[in-house]
Design a protein around this ligand. Structure first.
Ligand code: AMP
Length: 547
């Protein structure tokens, strides 16, 4: 496939709003793609370059992209930045600027889809002192051989934001339909392999193997998630349920085969190097080859420390041994996905739990099984008194569903008016904070995952956090207009508020009264932020509470 064809397809998809028409367009293409092209194409369609389980990163932010483009069109970096500032859409700016340049110099080589992928692979592999230069050269090569339309999508792919309105569901359905395979088989294989590209390849080359796929060690799968609910309705629906503490720490997935170990975060980033103590504790606890799911909490003098302490430890790059002495990190393991080569996710939770207790011993998170709302209520209050966030209730005969936020896991915690939102921009501060971001613009999402702004937050951020946020957002700046900065929206804040109000000032139709920063949720992906539908629900509940 020529990259030109890929870009034309993206352009067509961008103009289509019907889901079915999108699926048909994709389905019609599959027969013409080779074995090598198919997985790459499927990932690219979702704006992803590497499999979801992979820790590989392109390492290319908006800043480097501007520099590469400036070189290719023979202008100053500031010229590109000004163009982006007045448009806000990097893809379109790349297209326009390549268009102007095209009149003087034609692009030379035709790019194929696989050329682009192999350049991306090279960019991700480069490490060390000269890595920036190496990445820049690859980006310059790609942009200088791209037509204007190709440039639009190359730029968006490099920033992993394709913006063509094609979500994961559309691509998955197109694979189901394109290769005539039942949806549940595709979904199950996708959960275990955590790479829709590889699932599509199997569907094309060996469809029978799709029912046999297993979770593989050192290829993390998405974590199962929880919904909010109540003790009474869980007991009423299921009778006996399992109750566990809801730990206020950071989620992990631990893999061990023989002497080889790895630990992954909720965003599936490998954190083995930053958590050597936790990795060693878990490795020493078992003689089995396992993949287990749990939460790591920070303890000091026997007391649980706030969640932020856990994140700081995880992000620490230097002096990890000293940090490990000061704060002890304690793993609590609550599920097992694989044991000695056997995939367990389809077995009932009660069976997985029995295996977990026998192989992880003291690290298995304590649990009670009860059908008494009073007993569970009591357990809940004890959990809060011990400094936990609340409790989790789990259905005993439920499978483990990677990536699913379903009704099998229910979280019970005090009504907290906090909300997870994506950070879409900021304003530079004033006075002594002039070289920091002073306030941040926040957004929720609609049902298509599009972002809708609803608040600004400036309160509750101390100087240390402001400095940390300044560092974090440095390479996420897409555009700047005067004091306002637009960010690539891949950071999540948890914010508190006093009241939710209807508002015409923000696209979401709501605004937060007295918003305050609670914490950085860099364990969460932006697709996990609050939806407008749940905002509407919060609004109704709030009105009822006031009546
Ligand atoms: P939330 O982040 O509020 O959606 O709550 C779900 C999170 O609670 C999970 O992703 C885990 O990180 C965390 N958690 C803490 N304790 C448990 C537990 N016992 N079982 C499952 N998840 C837990």
């Amino acid at each position: 496939m020529q990259f030109r064809e890929f870009a034309e397809l993206c352009d067509s998809l961008e103009k289509i709003s019907s889901r079915l028409a999108m699926i048909d367009l994709l389905t019609g293409l599959y027969p013409s793609l080779s074995r090598e092209e198919l997985p790459v194409f499927v990932r690219f369609m979702r704006g992803k370059i590497f499999p979801d389980w992979s820790s590989k990163k392109l390492g290319f932010g908006p800043g480097l992209l501007c520099e590469a483009l400036a070189y290719v069109i023979g202008k100053k970096r500031q010229f590109v930045i000004s163009a982006i500032n007045s448009s806000g859409d990097i893809g379109r700016v790349v297209e326009e600027l390549l268009e102007k340049r095209e009149q003087t110099l034609f692009f030379s080589e035709d790019l194929t889809l696989l050329d682009v992928y192999s350049r991306f692979l090279q960019m991700a592999k480069i490490s060390g002192r000269k890595s920036q230069q190496g990445r820049m050269r690859s980006a310059q090569y790609l942009l200088s051989n791209a037509s204007p339309l190709e440039g639009r999508y190359l730029a968006r792919l490099m920033l992993e934001e394709l913006r063509i309105g094609v979500g994961e569901g559309v691509v998955r359905e197109s694979v189901t339909k394109g290769f005539a395979i039942p949806q549940e088989i595709i979904e199950h294989a996708h959960q275990a392999l955590n790479d829709l590209g590889e699932v599509a390849l199997l569907a094309k080359t060996d469809p029978n193997a799709l029912t046999e796929v297993h979770i593989k060690p050192f290829r993390p799968v998405k974590m199962m998630l929880a919904q909010a609910g109540s003790i009474a309705s869980m007991v009423e629906a299921h009778g006996c349920v399992a109750a566990e503490n809801k730990y206020d720490g950071s989620r992990f997935q631990f893999h061990i085969v023989g002497d080889k170990t790895a630990i992954y975060s909720r965003r599936l980033e490998e954190m083995t190097k930053s958590l050597p103590d936790v990795t060693a504790l878990l490795a020493n606890a078992t003689d089995h080859d396992v993949i287990v799911d749990g939460e790591v909490i920070a303890m000091q003098n026997g007391n649980p420390m706030p969640f932020q302490t856990v994140l700081r430890r995880i992000h620490r790059k230097h002096d990890i041994a000293e940090a490990a002495d000061a704060i002890s990190m304690q793993p609590r393991v609550f599920d097992i996905l694989v044991c000695d080569g056997e995939t367990l996710i389809d077995r009932p939770f009660s069976e997985r739990r029995a295996i977990l207790e026998s192989v992880m011993k003291e690290f298995a998170a304590p649990q009670i099984v009860s059908n008494s709302p009073e007993e569970i209520e009591h357990y809940y209050h004890a959990a809060l008194d011990d400094g936990n966030e609340g409790i989790m209730l789990k259905v005993l005969d439920s499978p483990y569903l990677p990536g699913n936020r379903g009704k099998f896991w229910i979280k019970i915690k005090p009504e907290a008016d906090t909300i997870d939102l994506a950070v879409t921009g900021a304003e530079w501060g004033e006075g002594k904070r002039a070289r920091m971001f002073g306030s941040f613009l926040l957004a929720c999402q609609d049902e298509n995952g599009d972002l809708l702004e609803l608040s600004r937050v400036a309160t509750g951020i101390d100087d240390a956090m402001l400095a940390e946020l300044y560092e974090l957002f440095q390479d996420k700046i897409i555009a700047e207009h005067g004091k306002t900065v637009v960010f690539k929206p891949d950071v999540v804040f948890e914010v508190g508020y006093a009241e939710l109000q209807k508002s015409t000032n923000y696209a979401a139709g709501y605004a937060l009264r007295f918003p305050r920063f609670i914490r950085l949720r860099d364990d969460k992906d932006p697709d996990e932020i609050e939806s407008v539908a749940s905002l509407a629900h919060r609004y109704c509940t709030q009105i009822k509470a006031c009546q």
